[in-house]
Design a protein around this ligand. Structure first.
Ligand SMILES: [Zn+2]
Length: 132
């Protein structure tokens, strides 16, 4: 588990910012079709327990019901993808590219690999699986 107590981050234009308290999950790359289409490639995210994400500037935060089971938080002004949250609120995923300083949080694996784009290979040697 990463040795990070607190993270801050923001969207590209700065109209949405947040702070989050640990513990933080290690980074996972999600290659599912939804993440692929919305990000234009694939996403890498950490995650926090329920209630540990504090959106400090939420003026332009919007939520898109990406699947029947989950919604994605993004900035409606600049389009940055920021959060992913299952309906059951078991955790909130935070896109690592939006984090100011991820500390020792690093990418440890790939999920939903079966749905990945056909135009690239995953060649970093990290574990891959076809599910979450
Ligand atoms: Zn923005």
């Amino acid at each position: 588990m990463p040795n990070v107590d607190r993270l801050t981050g923001r969207c590209a234009c700065g109209r949405v910012s947040y702070a989050a308290e640990g513990p933080f999950r290690d980074g996972l790359a999600c290659h599912c079709e939804t993440c692929r289409r919305q990000s234009g490639h694939f996403i890498v995210a950490t995650a926090v327990e329920p209630g540990k994400l504090d959106v400090t500037e939420a003026g332009e935060l919007a939520w898109y019901q990406a699947t029947p089971e989950a919604r994605r938080g993004f900035c409606r002004k600049c389009g940055s993808l920021l959060f992913w949250e299952p309906k059951e609120r078991t955790h909130t995923a935070i896109m690592l590219g939006s984090v100011d300083d991820p500390g020792d949080i690093s990418l440890i694996g790939h999920i939903f690999v079966r749905e990945k784009g056909a135009y690239y290979e995953i060649a970093d040697g990290l574990p891959q699986r076809d599910t979450e």
